[in-house]
Design a protein around this ligand. Structure first.
Ligand SMILES: [Fe+2]
Length: 112
């Protein structure tokens, strides 16, 4: 994905979504950079700083994902389908394995 606009005349909403997606891409790249550098660092103090920074980038990425979930209904649908499940992801995608939450909610939905 390009981090630049590929179209002109976007609506305000589409421009905001593009900015969020581009920012998410940058946060994910930063996570990867810090993770790689922490993995090979021989200096334990520097490794700890890089792990800390990597985890901060995870917070940033997650905040963007949440904004996207709130803004784009299909993200909400997909996140509800896959996140916090423990079954086979491909089975859930195929509809063969109903998603089950782990430790979330009271499970009252099955009683109705
Ligand atoms: Fe960040």
């Amino acid at each position: 994905m390009s981090s630049g606009f590929i179209e002109t005349g976007l609506s305000s909403g589409a421009s905001s979504i593009h900015r969020a997606l581009a920012s998410l891409q940058e946060e994910l790249e930063a996570i990867d950079f810090y993770h790689q550098r922490a993995d090979v660092s021989n200096d334990e103090d520097l490794k700890a700083v890089m792990v800390h920074n990597r985890n901060d980038e995870m917070e940033h990425a997650t905040m963007l994902l949440e904004w996207l979930r709130r803004t784009m209904p299909e993200f909400d649908t997909q996140m509800r389908k896959f996140l916090f499940t423990s079954g086979s992801l491909t089975a859930i995608a195929a509809g063969d394995d109903p998603p089950a939450t782990e430790g979330k909610g009271l499970g009252l939905g099955s009683l109705t």
